[in-house]
Design a protein around this ligand. Structure first.
Ligand SMILES: [Zn+2]
Length: 157
């Protein structure tokens, strides 16, 4: 039987992926190893007045969601699409540009999303930070998007 093994980021021990503890983009052989590592690598924490931090958080989240709208195609230029559909070749080129735009927008979304982490930590929004801690490449950003929506609600409410 073949098992996918990963190296523990705390002690380098090889562990089965399904049994490893996942935290902040790293695998660990045990909760103890994770806690030791987390203590040695404290999460980034923004400094400043809570009001200012909340305002920066809302701005960063809005910027992230703006990029997400591009990823989801909500900001697509309808005129370009209409022209593109009349000329098949142009349509194909536009589709390629649109695909690349979405990739770029996704990268920018991730950048803004990660910029929120020090702000969330500073404001004590631990539930929302947890969504980032458990983020795996294979699971996608659904949990993080939901957490950012919640964090925005907390910051303005
Ligand atoms: Zn370990």
């Amino acid at each position: 039987m073949f098992w996918t093994k990963v190296a523990c980021d705390g002690c380098d021990k090889r562990v089965r992926e399904s049994r490893a503890v996942f935290h902040r983009g790293s695998y660990f052989c045990s909760a103890e190893c994770r806690d030791r590592w987390a203590q040695a690598n404290p999460p980034l924490c923004a400094k400043g007045e809570p009001d200012l931090l909340r305002r920066r958080l809302v701005e960063t989240i809005d910027a992230a969601f703006g990029e997400l709208a591009v990823v989801r195609g909500e900001n697509r230029d309808a005129m370009v699409d209409a022209v593109g559909s009349l000329i098949p070749l142009l349509g194909k080129i536009n589709a390629q540009h649109a695909a690349q735009d979405k990739v770029d927008a996704m990268a920018r979304f991730q950048g803004y999303a990660y910029e929120c982490i020090p702000l969330l930590n500073a404001l004590g929004y631990h539930e929302q930070v947890a969504a980032f801690d458990s983020l795996k490449p294979s699971t996608g950003f659904g949990g993080v998007i939901h957490a950012l929506e919640r964090a925005r609600g907390r910051a303005v409410g």
